[in-house]
Design a protein around this ligand. Structure first.
Ligand SMILES: *Cc1c(COP(=O)(O)O)cnc(C)c1O
Length: 434
């Protein structure tokens, strides 16, 4: 095996040296240098230790990632174009167009960001926060804590409005907090994946305009599952992720900045306050991702295969239509809740109107060790179900029925698998009420 490895590496270095116009003598020396090093590698070849790469096929029904659609995996296997290739740039334009449909926005700056949902989130924060800006964060779950942490790192003065995990904010509570705190930006999470709570955003955008602040919305677990309607809701900046309800693997994430948000960015450019994050600096990235009248300028290499994945996942969504996707998420959720009830399991959130159709928080019955149930699901059934986070650790199971996985067969599988684990700990399905 070892001589073979040497041989392969050697031919790679030959290729390299041929393409660099080095003279024959130097070329021979380099080959020799490389070759000699091979015999005394500081770090031994780990191939025999790491073995063959063969990940298990799991049904991913936790808070994310969810299973990508098979067509999306197929798209990722297609040969790559270069990131400056006009054909690839045309694909980026298609992705932007499809994203505008998905979010229902006509804003030009609706783009894919390299990275997971948190990268698009950090892009929004890095670009829209000037040191000393007041951010008003509505915290009713884990993700509000994350915005607090993230915005603080960019010099924002963060003010929180807190509610117990699982609760949501009324429009009146939001308005009062904005009036009292006079923020430059508010952050709301439409779908709190840590709790399963749905935050209604109707009317929030209007209040933000009246108080001259930006409205930043987390739509990571709501995109494609619930109507985000960014324009209608006067959202100034939003981000999402590929890996939840878009049936795409993690690694690419939608971001929208509207005119008001871009104005804030332009003002900071005028003041020469650089975006303190090079990789996510939209003042530079816009010269690549938008046809701004000039030539496209290289910033970082676009993740080609992830762009193909998002392109295909958004096509699948457009084929189903948004209305179709919302309807499916709603119907499968209602089916899931009904079947849960039949086996005596309860949801954390009582009010059906305040439950997400994509992430379901199911109460762990009295006396049950939640971690054991989740382990049973993974080990014996290859099903991933999520654990509770923070305040809700050990108290709920988090079931994601997202995108491609949002199907009745998957819902029934999850219930069977949960029941199997519960019964092993003595859980008895209550007798049907008369
Ligand atoms: C998953 C999630 C994120 C973070 O997305 P990553 O892809 O994990 O970076 C942000 N917000 C919400 C509400 C999420 O569910």
């Amino acid at each position: 095996m070892f001589p073979l490895v040497q041989h392969l590496n050697l031919s790679r270095s030959l290729l390299f040296h041929r393409s660099s116009s080095l003279c024959g003598n130097l070329f021979a020396q380099n080959v020799c240098l490389n070759f000699c090093c091979f015999s005394k590698m500081k770090v031994a070849n780990p191939l025999s230790e790491v073995g063959h790469f063969a990940p298990t096929t799991r049904l991913l029904c936790g808070p994310g990632p969810s299973n990508a659609h098979p067509r999306v995996h197929a798209a990722m296997a297609l040969p790559q174009l270069g990131h400056m290739d006009p054909e690839f740039l045309a694909i980026c334009e298609d992705v932007k167009k499809l994203l505008r449909y998905t979010w229902q926005t006509e804003e030009a700056f609706t783009i894919p960001v390299s990275g997971t949902g948190s990268a698009a989130w950090e892009a929004a924060v890095a670009n829209l926060t000037e040191p000393g800006d007041v951010h008003l964060v509505f915290v009713n779950g884990y993700f509000g804590e994350r915005h607090t942490d993230m915005a603080g790192r960019y010099g924002a003065v963060v003010k929180q409005v807190r509610k117990p995990y699982g609760e949501t904010f009324s429009l009146q509570e939001i308005e009062e907090a904005i009036s009292a705190n006079k923020p430059d930006l508010i952050w709301l999470c439409m779908a709190e994946t840590s709790t399963g709570a749905y935050q209604d955003i109707t009317g929030v955008g209007k209040i933000c305009r009246q108080h001259n602040c930006l409205f930043l919305l987390d739509t990571v677990t709501s995109i494609a599952a619930l109507p985000c309607n960014l324009d209608e809701n006067l959202v100034d900046a939003a981000y999402a992720g590929g890996q939840k309800c878009l049936s795409c693997p993690p690694g690419i994430a939608p971001l929208m900045l509207n005119e008001r948000a871009l104005e804030k960015l332009a003002k900071r450019e005028q003041k020469d306050i650089k975006v303190p994050n090079w990789y996510l600096d939209m003042t530079m990235i816009k010269r690549y991702i938008t046809a701004h009248g000039g030539a496209r300028v290289y910033h970082h290499t676009a993740p080609i295969s992830m762009m193909y994945a998002l392109r295909e996942s958004l096509s699948i969504l457009a084929e189903e239509t948004l209305e179709g996707s919302y309807k499916r998420h709603k119907e499968v959720s209602e089916f899931f809740w009904e079947k849960l009830e039949e086996v005596g399991l309860e949801m954390l959130i009582d009010d059906k109107e305040k439950r997400l159709p994509s992430l379901h928080s199911v109460k762990v019955p009295e006396g049950i060790n939640a971690a054991e149930v989740l382990k049973n699901a993974r080990v014996n059934f290859d099903v991933e179900i999520g654990a509770g986070l923070g305040e809700l650790a050990g108290k709920i199971f988090r079931v994601g029925l997202m995108g491609h996985n949002c199907r009745k067969d998957v819902a029934l599988t999850v219930i069977s698998v949960l029941l199997d684990g519960l019964k092993k700990q003595g859980y008895v399905v209550p007798a049907k009420k008369a």
